[in-house]
Design a protein around this ligand. Structure first.
Ligand code: FAD
Ligand code: NAI
Length: 465
């Protein structure tokens, strides 16, 4: 190997790690990124955000072609699913994205060290098959997360799959049971439901998307139920046995009660993800963990000077954009800049149809904190553009401080809200009031007029309801 000393050595080439590497290189550091997967991009590009969105997009088109065009006066016959073709689309999207990161590494002169990295001292990383690498300025742990297993239910990625297996099923299951009504369960449940599977979601708590605003998760559940998803809430899975043709699941009420058996062709375990630090050597160098996550201070530094951590492996939502923001902020801090991440304003999006998007506080959080707030809500049924596109399910809800009118939270379900949430994140970054949003001119006819109307509704003066 030509080089063995770098300024910054990043372990993990996911959105946290690769973005940190690029920004550090832009700032003049000599950077290496250690990645043991055969490709760059981490969970997100290889088995997460990108392949799931490729399948969501493709399955949306299939569903629309098969069932959704008649209302527009378009007759389509003989719509057929070509699952290998759809998987090929997904694989190509992944390949184009991961090779894109390789290109960016070359452009920024970042060394990709291919192998597993283990920290052997505060400034040394031993890379499998490569050797000892010295980091003169910083080691950045960006090793991400992995699937949380469900005790007693072994994932074989055939009949019982994690999200990774669910992205590559060789055929559409007749009955897919999803354990966990969170983001993965609803997104991948939607994919296979659209392609023809009966989908049953078994959720331990009494609502899906339990961390989101209650009204939002209730509305999401109603809409997905209307689409054909079956929900077993407040239900726990107590056992699973793989049979010749599928899986026999035993479930019972979370509070206890009579057991029931559900027969499935495929079971998707999606009960969350956990930080991944296996084989990193953290114990030996004394890096402290807190509930499994690498413990950091306000500047991403662990308890060992010179060793930093970002992304899914540290506290906060396990989201790619959160990891990226942390990667940039850390690189800039290493260069002496005063960069920071506003962890209060990390948007969360569920890419189902309709989409779900939120930022800031939920009504439940505001109530629990004793904050007096006003709420303004506007339904997409009253939005002309939504009607034109035949997408009237959902609403925009804006919560603002009762005294100052500052926007404290925004919760949306509806068409393209994944794109619309950005406007509100920006507004909140600038401490906007609901009145500021209400007085901002929004183009007509656009879905984003629902945002303006919800802001007007905060003050009881919506124009179109
Ligand atoms: P990761 O992306 O997990 O990257 C860590 C990398 O480190 C991996 O490539 C791993 O191989 C490598 N690594 C680990 N240990 C070592 C070692 N010792 N040596 C060398 N390399 C190592 N988030 C969103 O924001 N939007 C979405 O739409 C979205 N969709 C998702 C869909 C699915 C199905 C899943 C599973 C996740 C999704 N996520 C989404 C979450 C997102 O993927 C993660 O938040 C993001 O990837 C975290 O980035 P990271 O850099 O912290 O870690
Ligand atoms: P999640 O945390 O979103 O949802 C897990 C769900 O499983 C919760 O509703 C929880 O109450 C439930 N649950 C937990 N234990 C259970 C049990 N024993 N039985 C039944 N239900 C149980 O986790 P998920 O969906 O696995 O996704 C993991 C992470 O990946 C997400 O938290 C998110 O950070 C990231 N992700 C983000 C996406 C996005 O941004 N669009 C898409 C997919 C994943």
């Amino acid at each position: 190997m030509a080089e063995s000393t770098f300024d910054v050595v990043v372990i993990g080439g996911g959105p946290g790690g690769y973005v940190c590497a690029i920004r550090a290189a832009q700032l003049g550091f000599k950077v290496a990124c250690v990645e043991k997967r055969g490709t760059l991009g981490g969970t997100c590009l290889n088995v997460g955000c990108i392949p799931s969105k490729a399948l969501l997009a493709a399955s949306e088109k299939f569903e629309e072609a098969a069932h959704g065009l008649a209302k527009f006066g378009i007759k389509v016959g003989g719509v057929e699913l070509d699952l290998p073709g759809m998987q090929a689309h997904k694989d190509k999207v992944v390949k184009d994205n991961v090779t894109g990161i390789e290109f960016l590494f070359k452009k920024n002169k970042i060394a990709w060290l291919k192998g597993a990295g283990k920290i052997t001292a505060a400034n040394t990383v031993e890379v499998e098959g490569v050797g000892a690498i010295t980091a003169s300025k910083a080691i950045v742990i960006a090793t991400g997360s992995d699937v949380t297993p469900l005790p007693g239910i072994a994932i074989d990625e055939k009949r019982v799959v994690s999200s990774t297996g669910a992205l590559s099923l060789p055929e559409v299951p007749k009955h897919l049971v999803v354990i966990g009504g969170g983001v993965i369960g609803l997104e991948l449940g939607s994919v296979w439901g659209r392609l023809g599977a009966k989908v049953t979601v078994v959720e331990y708590l009494d609502r899906v998307l339990p961390t989101m605003d209650n009204e939002l998760s209730k509305q999401a559940q109603r809409i997905f139920a209307k689409q054909g998803m079956d929900f077993k809430l407040s239900t726990k899975v107590t056992g699973a046995s793989v049979t010749g043709t599928g899986v026999s699941l035993t479930v019972e009420p979370a509070a206890g009660g009579a057991a029931q058996t559900i027969e499935a062709d495929t079971v998707l375990v999606a009960i969350g993800r956990r930080p991944y630090t296996e084989g990193l050597g953290l114990e030996a160098v004394g890096v402290e963990l807190e509930r499994g996550r690498v413990k950091i201070d306000g500047h991403f530094q662990t308890n060992v000077p010179g060793i930093y951590a970002i992304g899914d492996v540290v506290e906060g939502p396990m989201l790619a954009h959160k990891a990226e923001e942390e990667g940039v902020a850390l690189a800039e801090q290493l260069a002496g800049q005063k960069s920071h991440v506003n962890h209060d304003l990390v948007p969360g999006v569920v890419y189902t149809w309709p989409e779900v998007a939120a930022v800031g506080k939920t009504e439940e959080q505001l109530k629990a904190a004793g904050v007096a707030y006003k709420a303004g809500k506007f339904p997409f049924t009253a939005n002309g553009r939504a009607r034109a596109g035949g997408n009237t399910d959902g609403f925009v809800k804006i919560l603002s401080d009762a005294a100052t009118d500052q926007v404290l939270g925004v919760h949306m379900i509806g068409p393209n809200v994944s794109e619309m949430i950005g406007e509100l994140v920006l507004a909140m970054e600038f401490s906007a009031s609901a009145e500021d949003v209400a007085r901002t001119c929004h183009a007509h006819p656009t879905l984003s007029e629902a945002v303006k109307e919800a802001a007007l509704a905060v003050d009881g003066r919506p124009l179109h309801i």
